[in-house]
Write a protein that binds this ligand. Structure first.
Ligand code: HEC
Ligand code: HEC
Ligand SMILES: [Cu+2]
Length: 404
């Protein structure tokens, strides 16, 4: 057996070995003594019962005190190690776990959600858990941690992975038909790999142009809110009139993309009236053509809000635990398979009446939001309502399912 040397596993193993060791020692001692006495005082040698009791204070004190001491050390050792399991070390990473029939979901401080628990090696992790339906139990045999999750109550465990690898997570509380499928894993990654994994994948919501303005230090001289600074404010430039000094002459123009480009690449050529010619020129080495364009678009107000990455419906199905009950390959798990869903007809029970309908978008949205409204005939009413999904997520899932 390959025991990982991690703190929680060691705490439990040490106590187990200690108690088991003493038990074994006593078992052996008592068995040997019994066999020895049985043979020594066998009937053929001592046909008549004999009694040789003459009390010994020492002996009695010894066999009272010794076991008491042993049991007390067992208690002390067990208790102090138990406290180690309950007291979370400082600097632990916090993860929120949600158990539901029949899947786990982990939420990290930055809001990302996964169905496997990703952690960096070498850092303690505190998992705060709750359940949305029935009793479940978070059990990671490799780390010897196990804790019930209850609806409406938060419980916690902590652990620290000391070696990279994948460690099973089981639900250890019988929670219904899909209980045995409620399996996932702790994925312990080396710190560098974890850092890469934890990087935000979604582009920042701020427009690129604004980010460039800040990164390049333009905002040190230019306000973005209309207030005057070393340079003119860059607030709402589009369409404004400018009086400029160029080659010792004044000229007037309306701000447009060409002007902004010149003002940034060659600020010395045209100076805005009333300002000192202190702005450094930004050539393409300092400010790439792309970034310049982003700045110009931003300054002219031509930025749309950064587009969100499209939702990954397949991943949503996995992370929301749908695939625990629905297969994608035509096999029957607990609910109907997703395969061919888009052009199937189903018999449903609605208000106690049976009805045959063609699956469409509306039906699927309802099937996910209120599974109890239309029950597919022949299946148990156990699908949890998808009220933990946003409308956007449900849309993405439905689009995906219609294509199955
Ligand atoms: C050291 C201070 C300073 C920094 C840094 C600076 N600017 Fe300027 N900027 C000025 C001054 C002063 C003016 C007005 C004089 C002129 O036209 O050169 C100006 C003018 C401009 C104008 C013309 C504004 C108008 O109202 O007509 C634009 C556009 C501009 N800067 C953009 C930028 C951008 C983009 C950056 C960063 C890549 C930047 N500036 C960095 C000082 C600065
Ligand atoms: C606990 C098991 C379970 C989970 C988890 C589950 N479902 Fe279901 N689902 C069922 C069962 C059982 C049915 C059939 C009975 C009914 O209509 O509620 C069903 C029915 C459906 C139907 C209608 C299928 C048809 O053939 O008409 C859709 C669509 C569906 N589920 C989607 C989902 C999605 C999406 C998720 C994840 C957000 C999900 N389910 C999670 C058990 C589950
Ligand atoms: Cu469970």
């Amino acid at each position: 057996m390959n025991l990982p040397t991690n703190p929680t596993a060691q705490a439990v193993d040490n106590v187990l070995i200690y108690i088991f060791g003493f038990s074994l020692l006593l078992l052996l001692g008592i068995t040997v003594a019994t066999i020895y006495l049985v043979i020594k005082y066998r009937r053929s040698k001592y046909p008549e019962p004999t009694s040789e009791t003459h009390g010994s204070l020492w002996l009695e004190a010894l066999w009272t005190l010794l076991p008491t001491l042993i049991v007390l050390t067992m208690f002390w050792y067990g208790w102090s190690n138990y406290l180690g399991l309950r007291n979370v070390p400082e600097g632990a990473m916090e993860v929120q776990a949600t158990a539901r029939m029949w899947s786990w979901q982990f939420e990290y401080p930055d809001g990302r959600k996964t169905s496997k628990l990703f952690v960096p090696v070498g850092q303690p992790v505190k998992v705060t858990m709750t359940s949305v339906d029935v009793l479940h139990n978070f059990f990671v045999p490799a780390f010897r941690i196990k804790r019930d999750t209850l609806p409406g109550i938060e419980t916690y465990v902590w652990f620290q992975a000391t070696e990279p690898g994948s460690y099973d997570i089981f639900c250890a509380e019988y929670c219904g038909t899909g209980h045995s499928a409620m399996i996932t894993s702790v994925e312990a990654l080396p710190p560098e790999e974890y850092a890469t994994w934890a990087q935000p994948q979604q582009p920042s919501d701020e427009p690129r142009g604004l980010i460039v303005l800040q990164e390049q230090g333009c905002t040190g001289c230019h306000s973005l809110d209309g207030s005057d600074g070393i340079g003119p404010s860059l607030y709402q430039l589009s369409g404004q009139q400018r009086k400029l000094m160029a080659d010792g002459q004044t000229k007037e123009l309306t701000i447009d993309a060409d002007y902004l480009r010149r003002a940034i690449r060659h600020p010395e050529a045209e100076i805005v009236e009333g300002y000192d010619p202190v702005m450094p020129a930004y050539d393409s080495d300092t400010l790439s053509e792309e970034d310049l364009q982003a700045v110009i678009d931003y300054l002219l107000g031509k930025v749309k809000k950064a587009e969100k990455a499209p939702l990954d419906a397949r991943k949503l199905l996995e992370d929301s635990g749908c695939l625990g009950c629905h297969s994608e390959d035509g096999s029957e798990v607990i609910g109907p398979t997703f395969k061919g869903l888009g052009n199937r007809e189903v018999v449903i029970e609605r208000d106690g009446k049976e009805e045959k309908i063609k699956i469409d978008r509306d039906y699927l949205v309802r099937a996910i939001k209120q599974p109890k409204a239309d029950m597919v005939k022949g299946y148990p009413p156990i699908m949890p309502a998808g009220d933990y999904l946003t409308d956007e997520e449900i849309d993405a899932i439905v689009d995906h399912l219609l294509k199955q």
